[in-house]
Design a protein around this ligand. Structure first.
Ligand code: PEP
Ligand code: MG
Length: 915
C-alpha cells in the first residue's frame, strides 16, 4: 500500500484538550489538523475525515467545528465571535485550496454541512447539501458545469433541505410542490424533470419559504452557512436525537461537531453517483461487500427511497475502476480501524471520493460473527472480540430469525427495529381480523398486524399476531413497548408505508398489498420484506455464542443466577448458563387456577385454625413446585422468597364484586351466591388499603400471619430433604422480603429455623440452608449492619429500593417519566438502569455495613437491574457475589459481568464498542 495511516499521537489533540479555544480544524490537501483519535472533539465523522485525509485518501476538503462549540451553543443559545472568526478563516483556506468562493458569481464553492457526534446516531440529526447556492451562483454553476439541469436540481434541493432543517418548514410543503410539478409534466422520476421545470420549482420553493418562515431564502452564502451550522447544533437536542441517546445511553452533554466540506456531486449525470456501504454484512456479519448506490443522484436519494438503489456489486460493471478503488480503500479502512466500516462515497464524473467512514452499527448476530471472524483473521485479540459485543445484543440469539438464505430477499422498506425477532405471516389490518384469522395461535395461521399505529384496543390482535408493523410511532410507541413486553417481533414507524385501514390496503414503493398477502418482518433490523421467508428457531447454544463465552467467561468473577418461579423457567435458565436461582417468587404459585381457591379460603378464614387448614392444602402443591425447581437446579443454590404481595391481590376486585352483587340483588335476590359474595366483599373491604405498595405486604404478612411463613418454610425444607434423599445436591436459601430492621428479620428467621429443626427431625435428614433477607427499603440499607446479625445473605430488591428511594411508584412512573426524560431531569428510567448516584449509594452502604458485621455475607441483586449491563457493572464494582435476572437476560448478564471484570483488569478498556 502506498500510503500508511499516521499513528502518531497528534499535537493538535493535546492543544485541543488544553486550549479548547481551537474550535475549527481544517482538513484538505493531504493534511488534516485533527486525526482519527479525536472523536471527543471532532465527532466520529470529523475524526474519520481527518484520518482519511492524512492517509492520502480522496476526501473533499473542509473543516470541522468541534463539539465544544455545540456545548457552548447549548448553554448560551448562540455561537461566539471567536468561533465565527475561526470559521471564516477556515472558509478562506478552503476557498483558496479549491480556487472557488462561497456564493461566488463565477466559480462558486458549494459545501455540505453535516452533524457528527462522538457516537454515531444514524439519521438522528440533520444535513444540508449544496450550501452556497443563490440566484447568482446557480447561474454560474449552470454555465461552469454546462449542465443547467444539475445546477437547478442542486438549488432546489438546497432550498428544500435548508427550509426544512434551518427554517423548520415541514417537508410536505415542498413535496406537494414537487409532486404537483411531476404530475403536470407527466414525469415518473425526479430525474425526468428538465432544467426549465426545476427553475420553476425553485421559484415556487422560494414562495413556500416566504409563506412558512415569513422571510426570504437567504441569498448571502455566509449567512446560509452560519444559520446551517447553528441548526445542526440545535438538532443535537431534537426529539429524535434525545430519544436515541436515551436508548443508547449516550451522554446528552457531549454535543455534536459540524462538518463543512466542499461538495462533490453525484448528480452530475450518468457518470456520477453516490452510495453507502459496509465492509461486511451488518445484518448477519458475513464477510461480504455490502451496500447500495444510485447513479445521477445525491445522498438523500439513496436513503429516502425516492428511487430504488442498486446493489453495490453492480458498480463493478458501471465503473470498474471506481469499484476496485472503493474495495481497496474500504478494505484498508477496515484493517486500519480493525472493525467493520460503514462508509459513504460519491463518484463525480467517474472519480471516486470518500465522504465518511466509521465503525458500523450491526445486529447482535453480526456483532458476534464479526468479532469471531476478526479474531480468527488475526485482526483483533480474543479479549477485544468479546469486549466488542454489546451484552444487550445477545438477546438477538434468543428470538427466532429470518432464514436469509431461503429465498431472494426484497426489502420493501426499513422501519424502526422496535422489538427483535422475525415474523412471517399474512397481512391483516385490524385486531379483530387478526383474532379471526390467526385462529388457533401464531404457528397455524400466522398473521402480521399492519396498522398506522396501535392503541390499547388492539391488544387482543397483537397477542395473536406473529408480528406487528406500524407506519407511525417511534421506539416507545404503543406497538413498540407492548411487543417488547410480549417478546414479539415489531417494526414500527415504517414511514414509507401508506396504511389504508378502511380499504384494507397498504402501499409501499409503488407496490400495493392487500389483506392476506404475505410479509416477513425483521424486528432486529427493522426490515420489511416482501413475501414468505422461512424462519430459524432461536439458538442460545449457537456455536458462535459458545466461542464468545469461551473467551469471556474466564474473566467473569461474579455469579449469574436467574429469577424463576417454575421448573420450566429454571430449566431454561440453566440452558443459558444460570448458576442458581436468585429469586423464586412463591406467590406466583398461588395464582395458578387449582390453587387460588385454597389461597382465598386461607385469606377468608377468620380463625387461625381455619387458616392453617387452608394452608395445609397448599403445602403439598408448593412442595411439589420446589421439588421441580430443586431438581432442575441440581448442584446450584435456589433462593426462595416467602410471600410478598398484599393478600387482597388474591381476591377479586372490589368494583367487580359490587357489580356482581348489584346484578344478583336485582335478578336473583334469593341466590345463595349472593351471601357468599357479600362475605367476600366484606373481607375485601377489610383488606383494602389506600397504598398497598407501602402496606400490609412483605415480611409484615409473615409477622401478622406466622402460619404462612411456617407453611412455606415447611414446603421448601420438606422438598429439599426429599430431593436430597434422591441424590440431588440442594442449597435452599430462604429469603424474607421487605425487612426494614433486625427485629423483623429475627422474627421471621426464628420461624424458619424452628420449622427446619422440626422437618429435619421428622424426616431424619438435614440439609444445608440459609436464611436471609431482601434489601428493598432505604432503612434496611441504613441498618444493614444490624440486620446482618441475623441474615445470612442479602439480596438487593432494587425494584422496590428504587421505588422507595425516589418515592416514584413503580406502577405509575410512566405518567411523568417521558417528561422527566425529555426535560433531562432523569437520564434514564431508574427502574431499568440502576441509579448509581442515589439508589447506588444505598446499595454500596448496604453491602459495606452488612459485611462489617459478617465479612462472609453473601450478597446479590434480584431486581430487574440484575440483567442490565451498566447495573451489572455496578454490582460487580460494589463487590456483590452474584446478579440475578430473568432467564432471557442471563446471557447478557454473563457477558456484562465478564466485561466489567476485564475493564477493571485493564483500566481504560471500553466495553460495547459498537455503540
Ligand atoms: C424487587 O423489589 O426488586 C424485587 C425483586 O421484588 P418484587 O419485584 O417482587 O417486588
Ligand atoms: Mg420487591
Amino acid at each position: 500500500m502506498a500510503t500508511t495511516f499516521p499513528e502518531v499521537e497528534s499535537e493538535t489533540m493535546a492543544t485541543a484538550t488544553q486550549a479548547p479555544t481551537k474550535y475549527v480544524f481544517f482538513f484538505g490537501g493531504g493534511k488534516a489538523e485533527g486525526d482519527g483519535k479525536m472523536k471527543d472533539v471532532l465527532g466520529g465523522k470529523g475524526a474519520g475525515l481527518a484520518e482519511m485525509t492524512n492517509a492520502g485518501l480522496p476526501v473533499p476538503p473542509g473543516f470541522t467545528i468541534q463539539t465544544e462549540a455545540c456545548r457552548e451553543f447549548m448553554k448560551t443559545g448562540k455561537t461566539s465571535a471567536e468561533i465565527e472568526r475561526q470559521m471564516k478563516e477556515a472558509l478562506r483556506s478552503l476557498e483558496t485550496l479549491q480556487g472557488q468562493k462561497l456564493g461566488g458569481h463565477d466559480n462558486p464553492l458549494l459545501v455540505s454541512v453535516r452533524s457528527g457526534a462522538k457516537f454515531s446516531m444514524p439519521g438522528m440529526m440533520d444535513t444540508i447539501l449544496n450550501l452556497g447556492l443563490n440566484d447568482k451562483s446557480v447561474e454560474a454553476l449552470a454555465t461552469k458545469s454546462n449542465n443547467p439541469r444539475f445546477a437547478y436540481d442542486s438549488y432546489r434541493r438546497l432550498i428544500q433541505m435548508f427550509g426544512n432543517v434551518v427554517l423548520e418548514i415541514p417537508k410536505h410543503a415542498f413535496d406537494e410542490v414537487f409532486d404537483a410539478k411531476k404530475k403536470t409534466k407527466k414525469a415518473k422520476l425526479d430525474t425526468d424533470l428538465d432544467a426549465k421545470t426545476l427553475k420553476e420549482v425553485v421559484a415556487e420553493y422560494k414562495k413556500v419559504v416566504q409563506k412558512h418562515a415569513k422571510r426570504e431564502f437567504p441569498q448571502d452564502a455566509v449567512e446560509q452557512l452560519a444559520m446551517a451550522r447553528d441548526a445542526v447544533f440545535r438538532s443535537w437536542n431534537n426529539d429524535r436525537a434525545k430519544h436515541y441517546r436515551r436508548m443508547n445511553n449516550i451522554d446528552d452533554m457531549l454535543g455534536t461537531a459540524v462538518n463543512v466540506q466542499a461538495m462533490v456531486f453525484g448528480n452530475l449525470g450518468e457518470t456520477s453517483g453516490t452510495g453507502v456501504g459496509f465492509t461486511r454484512n451488518p445484518a448477519n456479519g458475513a464477510n461480504e461487500f455490502y451496500g447500495e448506490f444510485l447513479m445521477n443522484a445525491q445522498g438523500e436519494d439513496v436513503v429516502a427511497g425516492v428511487r430504488t438503489p442498486v446493489h453495490i456489486s453492480e458498480l463493478k460493471s458501471v465503473n470498474p475502476e471506481a469499484y476496485e478503488q472503493l474495495r481497496q480503500i474500504t478494505t484498508r479502512l477496515e484493517k486500519h480501524y480493525r472493525d467493520i466500516q460503514d462508509f459513504e462515497f460519491t463518484i463525480q464524473e467517474g472519480k471516486l471520493y470518500m465522504l465518511q467512514t466509521r465503525n458500523g452499527k450491526r445486529t447482535g448476530l453480526a456483532a458476534v460473527k464479526i468479532a469471531i471472524d476478526m479474531v480468527s483473521e488475526g485482526l483483533i485479540t480474543k479479549e477485544e472480540g468479546f469486549m466488542r459485543v454489546e451484552p444487550n445484543q445477545l438477546y438477538d440469539f434468543l428470538v427466532p430469525r429470518l432464514d436469509e438464505k431461503s429465498t431472494k430477499i426484497e426489502v420493501l422498506t426499513t422501519g424502526l427495529p422496535a422489538s427483535p425477532g422475525a415474523a412471517v405471516g399474512q397481512i391483516v389490518f385490524s385486531a379483530e381480523e387478526a383474532v379471526k384469522k390467526a385462529g388457533h395461535g401464531t404457528t397455524k395461521n400466522p398473521v402480521i398486524l399492519v396498522r398506522a399505529e396501535t392503541t390499547p384496543e388492539d391488544i387482543a390482535g397483537m397477542e395473536v399476531a406473529a408480528g406487528i408493523l406500524t407506519s407511525r410511532g417511534g421506539m416507545t410507541s404503543h406497538a413498540a413497548v407492548v411487543t417488547r413486553g410480549m417478546g414479539k417481533c415489531c417494526v414500527a414507524g415504517a414511514g414509507e408505508i401508506e396504511v389504508h385501514e378502511k380499504t384494507k390496503e397498504m402501499k409501499v414503493k409503488g407496490q400495493l398489498f392487500r389483506e392476506g398477502d404475505w410479509l416477513s418482518l425483521d424486528g432486529t433490523t427493522g426490515r420489511v420484506i416482501k413475501g414468505k421467508l422461512n424462519t430459524l428457531p432461536a439458538s442460545p447454544d449457537d456455536p458462535m455464542l459458545r466461542q464468545l463465552f469461551a473467551w469471556s467467561e474466564p474473566h467473569r468473577t461474579i455469579g449469574v443466577r436467574a429469577n424463576a418461579d417454575i421448573p420450566r423457567d429454571a430449566i431454561q435458565a440453566r440452558a443459558f448458563g444460570a448458576e442458581g436461582i436468585g429469586l423464586c417468587r412463591t406467590e406466583h404459585m398461588f395464582f395458578a387456577e387449582d390453587r387460588i381457591n385454597h389461597m382465598r379460603a386461607m385469606i377468608l378464614a377468620t380463625t387461625e385454625k381455619d387458616r392453617r387448614a387452608a394452608l395445609k392444602k397448599l403445602l403439598p402443591m408448593q412442595r411439589a413446585d420446589f421439588v421441580g425447581i430443586f431438581r432442575a437446579m441440581d448442584g446450584f443454590p435456589v433462593t426462595i422468597r416467602t410471600l410478598d404481595p398484599p393478600l387482597h391481590e388474591f381476591l377479586p376486585s372490589r368494583e367487580e364484586l359490587m357489580v356482581q352483587i348489584g346484578v344478583l340483588e336485582a335478578t336473583k335476590p334469593k341466590s345463595p351466591k349472593l351471601k357468599e359474595l357479600k362475605t367476600l366483599l366484606k373481607r375485601v373491604n377489610d383488606l383494602h388499603e389506600l397504598n398497598p405498595m407501602l402496606g400490609h405486604r412483605g415480611c409484615r404478612l409473615g409477622i401478622t400471619y406466622p402460619e404462612i411463613t411456617e407453611m412455606q418454610a415447611r414446603a421448601i425444607l420438606e422438598a429439599a430433604v426429599q430431593v436430597s434423599k434422591e441424590g440431588v445436591k440442594v442449597f435452599p436459601e430462604i429469603m424474607i422480603p421487605l425487612t426494614g430492621g433486625l427485629k423483623e428479620m429475627a422474627n421471621q428467621g426464628a420461624i424458619v429455623r424452628r420449622v427446619a429443626e422440626e422437618v429435619f427431625a421428622e424426616k431424619e435428614k438435614k440439609v444445608e440452608y440459609l436464611v436471609g433477607t431482601m434489601i428493598e427499603l432505604p432503612r434496611a440499607a441504613l441498618v444493614a449492619d444490624e440486620i446482618a446479625k441475623d441474615a445470612q445473605f442479602f439480596s438487593f430488591g432494587t425494584n422496590d429500593l428504587t421505588q422507595t428511594t425516589f418515592g416514584f411508584s413503580r406502577d405509575d412512573i410512566n405518567k411523568f417519566l417521558p417528561a422527566y426524560l425529555s426535560e433531562g431531569i432523569l437520564k434514564q428510567d431508574p427502574f431499568a438502569v440502576l441509579d448509581r448516584e442515589g439508589v447506588g449509594q444505598l446499595v454500596r452502604m448496604g453491602v459495606e455495613k452488612g459485611r462489617k458485621t459478617n465479612p462472609k455475607l453473601k450478597v446479590g441483586i434480584c431486581g430487574e437491574h440484575g440483567g442490565e449491563p451498566s447495573s451489572v457493572e455496578f454490582c460487580f464494582q460494589v463487590g456483590m457475589n452474584y446478579v440475578s435476572c430473568s432467564p432471557f437476560r442471563v446471557l447478557t448478564a454473563r457477558l456484562a459481568a465478564a466485561q466489567a471484570a476485564y475493564v477493571k483488569e485493564h483500566s481504560g478498556a471500553e466495553a460495547g464498542r459498537t455503540k
